[in-house]
Design a protein around this ligand. Structure first.
Ligand code: GLU
Length: 472
């Protein structure tokens, strides 16, 4: 039974790197009909906030990453960590160290002065035949893990291959502070053990913790999970992904109008591949996902590709769903959506032309708000040549059936009668109706508006003509 976990520290947002880690852990569990566990590593009380916890839950929910167990909170497991510490003390795999902070600083200083790497010198570490000093009364003890002194700790990382670290490189790690609180690596170990985690999939910023965690797991007689350390994600510019690159939080993609399906699909390809497949559903991903096809090299973010995927998913999303997604965006802008023109019709007309939901809301807004076309656009497209043609067109609108074909026919008639080319009428129509030069096919565009609104907006041409340059 495969058991994976996502173990974020709630100190900020769910960022792209964290979301990818969560996605891969989730998909691996799903692929193997295992369990995916959410664990909130909130022991850093100074940095963890309830808002950050909520941001993680929101982000996972938005991406559709459902978990089978949890969320477990480390702050609620303190008594369990204390029990394990006592067990380790009793078993001799941990010991109390009475070295005060000052003493430790002094030691480090001396080591540095001698050109040595600063490290704990093991003075309170019990050894056969070693006589330990008498514990000082005034110094509260920390608890240190008795790291194996010799040999190597090694694991076959499922992404990076074999990694070996000499135990001589590893200090006796403090697992409980002087106030009794357990330290980060220790909590992770106890949790991975208690939660029966079989595969630890996480960012490679944790590679340095792994040998320590494995040693503690072994000392506890726990099964050591398999580890897959994911390489970092670089920004578009090849630098480590950071705030500079724009979206730091997954929810910013929501704000920016991306669909979760597109973001998930995009994240899935950040460091993992299935042949040349670029577009796939999460269902498909869960059937394909494996750890063998994760690249050990850094993945590079590509905003253009994300936009392309988002456009693709927008085209595939049914109108009812898009209505539910665009409606609130318009409401948030203070736009009242009325029955006429129909938002569904507006969406259908534009969905092939936009890359995100905000762009869709932008074009929809034009239909419900009487946006003033820019004077320079009016000046550019309205002339003494086009005005009579526009008038004729506007007058003709009253007598035709309200559908794109009839409107198109009227446009053709007018341009033919004036011996002009199609854009000479289409462009002023676009600008007068929407304030935009680029719109879908103008006959279809007009058909989406109620007839009365079109007539009203076209009447602006008269006002421009009466006093050129003045606001319409
Ligand atoms: N809490 C750690 C983090 O947010 C992850 C720990 C782990 O996955 O082992 O980076």
């Amino acid at each position: 039974m495969i058991r994976t976990r996502f173990a974020p520290s709630p100190t900020g947002f769910l960022h792209v790197g964290g979301a990818r880690t969560a996605l891969f852990s989730w998909a691996y569990a799903r692929r193997h009909a295992g369990s995916f566990i959410l664990r909130v590593e909130d022991t850093d009380l100074a940095r963890s906030t309830p808002q950050a916890v909520q941001a993680i839950l929101d982000g996972m929910n938005w991406l559709g990453l459902d978990y089978d167990e949890g969320p477990f909170y480390q702050t609620q497991r303190m008594s369990r960590y204390r029990v394990v510490i006592e067990q380790m003390l009793a078993a001799g795999s941990a010991y109390r160290c009475y070295m005060g902070a000052e003493e430790l600083d002094q030691l480090r200083e001396t080591q540095r002065a001698q050109g040595l790497k600063p490290r704990y010198d093991g003075r309170w570490r019990p050894e056969p035949d070693k006589v330990l000093p008498t514990p000082p009364a005034a110094v509260p003890a920390v608890v240190r893990f008795r790291n194996p002194a010799a040999g190597v700790v090694a694991w076959d990382d499922l992404v990076k291959g074999r990694i070996e670290i000499a135990n001589s490189e590893l200090d006796d790690l403090v697992i409980a502070r002087a106030d009794g609180s357990p330290t980060y690596n220790f909590c992770v170990v106890v949790d991975d053990w208690d939660m029966g985690i079989t595969h630890v999939i996480r960012g490679d910023d944790h590679v340095n913790n792994t040998p320590r965690q494995i040693n503690i797991l072994r000392a506890l007689g726990a099964q050591v999970p398999l580890y897959a350390h994911l390489s970092m994600i670089l920004g578009d510019d090849g630098q480590k992904l950071s705030k500079r690159h724009g979206a730091v939080s997954v929810m910013q993609y929501d704000e920016a109008g991306y669909l979760p399906a597109a973001v998930c699909n995009y994240l899935a390809r950040l460091g993992w591949s299935h042949g040349d497949d670029e577009v796939f559903s999460m269902q498909q991903f869960c059937q394909w996902f494996d750890l063998d096809h994760i690249t050990p090299s850094a993945a590079q973010f590509n905003s253009e590709k994300l936009n392309w995927l988002n456009a693709h998913y927008l085209r595939r999303t049914d109108t009812a769903r898009l209505l539910a997604l665009v409606g609130p965006r318009l409401a948030a802008r203070g736009v009242t959506v009325t029955a006429e023109p129909s938002l569904a019709a507006i969406i259908e007309l534009h969905r092939e032309r936009v890359t995100n939901l905000n762009e869709l809301a932008d074009v929809a807004e034009v239909f419900y708000r009487d946006l003033q076309p820019k004077a320079e656009l009016l000046a550019k497209h309205l002339s003494s040549e086009t005005l009579p043609m526009l008038r004729e067109f506007a007058a003709g609108l009253a007598g035709i059936s309200w559908e794109a074909a009839a409107i198109g026919a009227l446009i053709k008639q007018c341009v033919a009668r004036h011996g002009l080319k199609m854009p000479r009428l289409a462009m002023p129509l676009r600008v007068l109706l929407t304030g935009l030069e680029q719109t879908p096919s103008v006959d279809a565009l007009i058909a989406v508006f109620p007839r009365s609104v079109v007539i009203e907006r076209l009447a602006r041409a008269e006002r421009v003509a009466v006093s050129p340059g003045s606001p319409v």
